[in-house]
Design a protein around this ligand. Structure first.
Ligand code: ADP
Ligand code: G6P
Length: 483
């Protein structure tokens, strides 16, 4: 039976090591949660970085980590500390991530980091080569591995390669700034199928190919001298049933054993029965618009004093990429603004913001989706944003209001949400007021449409559409070459 490889920088599981024990937890991030749900139904092996520094481990720990990964059908690409600094924190997260999210002011252009990026992409290619037995299809993911499709295609021309970008592809005027733009596009074109979350990202990519390399383009096919590359958009969905079922479980569980979060929420509910909970969940990342979200919330408290005692913002910021300066600075800024708002608007028995800086177990995440009436999701740029979709899927009784940035890829499929410009504080504040006051039947009407769409185009459909499309590319290519 043929095997199929999934490749991404980060594996879907994180390893934690204590003296006697090896722990395995799910990784945070849309790529990991999304692909983890589908990979279980494939005969696949997942190759990526486990986040562990193998040089720091004893031989017996290395064995334990590898066997824990094997159980999860994962193989590790081991990165040295220098590679983590130059390839992961460096070129991936100080050059591509900010540039592709339109944060031009943060972009670094360091040749040393670029060289490390090339080396690590080659390292991935070498680990893949060791695991190619019986493999006829490879699905590569995300911006850390843009050169990998070409490296694999050169070595294994008969293997079918799909590539999916989980972040935006920026407009040509931004992309052209990159000194290594041609190599990057050529690297991506090693794939047979390139997938993006939205039509806009696909269009930007096509424009870059046309202007930089001058290849012949026919609607969504790029004609290379000996191959065709298909480009298409596949908006990533969620494991709808998982969130719906977990929300139902959360409701049942809350009657039996109460989680800490539930207890806290009830305590607030008892104090202020009409309190509305506004949920904010993201990795602590400058693209997620946490600062503008907090400023908009402050503006709301200032300008709508009648709601001051009736609203609580539950702010869950998951630590991310703490080795990169901007992430550390942002943590300090968030701490400061939360302190300022709570300092100004707290009363003896309540804080307007309830702030967690940590990751939470899945059950608690679902508790939050379940109990908060409003979700406030305001990224400055976001490839998709799965949290918005997970919140709606968890609203089993149809109650709840989603406020969503027009800069998130998800907004293209979720026009029934209250769509806002993340830079417009007054508009966000107005949307919070509208969400609080929205009649129940209107909430249910909007959410019913959203839920139907999310259920139909779920993560499984996303993955099968991508893989079916990958199979079709080969058929088209054979016809094209036969002409
Ligand atoms: P990104 O991929 O940029 O982090 P997304 O919103 O697309 O943003 O995906 C985030 C994913 O991480 C979601 O699937 C969400 O369920 C998961 N997640 C976010 N916060 C936590 C958390 N505290 N604990 C566990 N999973 C989380
Ligand atoms: C985004 C990226 C993923 C990445 C995730 C978490 O979702 O698209 O590729 O894995 O963020 O970031 P990290 O740097 O911790 O892997």
């Amino acid at each position: 039976m043929s095997r199929f490889l999934i490749i991404s920088n980060r594996l879907p599981v994180q390893i934690s090591i204590s003296e006697n024990d090896i722990g395995v937890e799910p990784s945070v991030g849309g790529l990991a949660t999304g692909m983890m749900s589908v990979s279980k139904s494939f005969n696949s092996l997942w190759i990526g970085w486990s986040g562990v520094d193998f040089n720091e481990l004893t031989n017996s720990q290395v064995k334990k980590v590898n066997s824990a990964l094997k159980k999860e059908k994962c193989v590790s690409v081991n990165l040295t500390q220098e590679e983590v600094e130059l390839y992961y924190e460096g070129f991936s997260n100080k050059t591509i991530w900010p540039l592709f999210h339109y944060f031009n002011q943060f972009v670094e252009y360091e040749d040393e980091q670029w060289q490390a990026y090339k080396r690590v992409n080659q390292k991935f290619a070498d680990v893949i080569a060791e695991n190619m037995e019986g493999v006829d299809k490879i699905w590569i993911h995300d911006y850390h591995l843009l050169l990998l499709p070409q490296m694999i295609k050169e070595k294994f021309p008969d293997v079918t390669i799909g590539f999916f970008l989980h972040i935006p592809f920026p407009s040509y005027e931004l992309f052209r700034i990159l000194p290594w733009r041609n190599e990057i596009i050529q690297g991506m074109l090693g794939a047979d199928l390139l997938g993006f979350h939205t039509f806009d990202y696909e269009r930007h990519f096509m424009s870059a190919v046309r202007r930089l390399l001058g290849y012949d383009i026919n609607i969504n096919e790029i004609h290379l001298p000996k191959r065709i590359v298909k480009v298409d958009n596949f908006p990533m969905g969620i494991d709808y049933d998982k969130f719906q079922d977990a929300a139902l479980d959360s409701q049942k569980r809350s009657v039996r054993d109460k989680s800490e979060i539930r207890k806290e929420l009830e305590r607030y509910y008892l104090l202020y029965p009409e309190t509305k909970f506004v949920l904010s969940i993201d990795r602590l990342d400058y693209t997620k618009g946490l600062i503008n979200r907090l400023e908009a919330f402050e503006y709301f408290l200032e300008n709508y004093p009648e709601y001051r005692n009736k609203i609580t913002l539950v702010l869950l910021a998951v630590p991310s990429r703490i080795g990169v300066d901007q992430y550390q600075q942002m943590k300090s800024e968030v701490d400061e603004i939360v302190g300022r708002i709570n300092g100004t608007y707290s009363s003896i028995n309540r804080n307007p913001i309830w702030y967690f800086y940590r990751s939470l177990p899945f059950e608690n995440l679902v508790d939050l989706y379940n109990y908060c009436e409003i979700a406030l999701i305001t990224p400055i740029r976001d490839g998709m944003n799965l949290v918005a979709k997970e919140f709606i899927a968890s609203k089993t009784d149809g109650r709840g209001v989603l406020i969503l940035s027009e800069m998130a890829g998800a907004s293209k499929e979720m026009s029934e949400a209250l769509i806002i410009n993340p830079n417009d504080r007054a508009q966000i504040a107005e949307a919070i007021k509208r969400a609080i006051e929205m009649p129940l039947d209107e909430q249910i009407e909007r959410n019913t449409v959203l839920q139907k769409r999310l259920k139909r185009y779920n993560i499984e459909k996303w993955a099968t559409d991508f893989l079916n499309s990958l199979d079709k590319v080969l058929q088209n290519e054979q016809q094209y070459l036969a002409k």
